[in-house]
Design a protein around this ligand. Structure first.
Ligand SMILES: [Mn+2]
Length: 263
């Protein structure tokens, strides 16, 4: 006679609000490139310092000024940055990356090289029972119809496959050209057009049950409060790293904007 044993139960999925390691750091819009060595130096100091003391680092897009494809990982500057991230991960800090409009072509190859986890935009996390919604922010600039049309087009798998099938040098030339077009188009756009739209923010907060929202993209660092359906939701806009490095730190109870001491 054989006795049947029940299959061992799969471990339960982590419950929402389960305590995770703290602190968590959030950064975005570093726009790293060889053209901005001071930002690279600041990023290196950040990775070797505060990021190493953190449990997790969330990069909310535009880490790079541009990213032409994961076949450009061997380029010395890209290698320098991914190595920094890889070493940070090896030191024990978990790294998450949510793409921006400059680096949305960073994919599985980049994730492997930097030893990080790619996130969809938006992604909801719940550290210390605190719902936090993460986004780059460009999808929220819904008043800029020309940009949203462009975004919709370039984010399709078909477009990306076609683009990535071109030689790397050709892709870099196209990116440079698009950049110039975007910069000249920006001159004619009103500032309000290029900011996030209040209606888009409200819809997103409603859809995700009124979390705290953290995003970048606009380079307008601030802390806003949105009243949505009777809920007071906080929205943090991360700063870019052009003038000096800043990040947002969550310690389980509150959010603290931080910066490296000026050299
Ligand atoms: Mn951006």
């Amino acid at each position: 006679m054989t006795t049947s044993h029940p299959e061992p139960a799969a471990p339960p999925p982590p419950a929402a609000g389960e305590p995770v390691g703290l602190p968590i750091l959030f950064i975005s819009d570093l726009h790293l490139s060889t053209a901005a060595p001071h930002t690279t130096a600041a990023f290196t100091a950040f990775i070797h310092g505060p990021a190493r003391q953190a449990h997790s680092l969330y990069i909310l897009g535009d880490l790079f000024e541009n990213w032409a494809g994961d076949d450009d990982l061997d380029e010395p500057f890209n290698q320098q940055i991914t190595t920094l991230l890889f070493e940070l991960a090896a030191s024990g800090t978990r790294i998450f990356f949510l793409a921006g409009n400059r680096d949305f072509l960073a994919g599985a190859g980049f994730a492997r090289a930097a030893d990080l986890t790619l996130l969809a935009d938006p992604t909801l996390i719940t550290p210390a029972a605190h719902p936090i919604l993460l986004s780059h922010g460009d999808a929220l600039c819904t008043d800029d119809h020309a940009y949203q049309h462009f975004r919709q087009q370039v984010r399709t798998p078909a477009f990306q496959a076609q683009f990535l099938a071109q030689p790397l040098a050709a892709r870099k030339a196209i990116i440079t050209q698009l950049r110039e077009q975007s910069e000249s188009a920006k001159k004619d756009k009103e500032m309000a057009l290029m900011d996030v739209a209040p209606a888009a923010i409200a819809a997103l907060l409603r859809e995700h049950n009124y979390p705290t929202l953290i995003h970048g993209h606009t380079h307008r660092p601030a802390q806003h409060t949105h009243q949505v359906d009777g809920h007071a939701c906080t929205r943090y806009v991360l700063a870019d790293w052009h003038d000096h490095p800043t990040w947002l730190r969550f310690d389980g109870t509150g959010f603290m904007p931080c910066t490296l001491p000026r050299p």
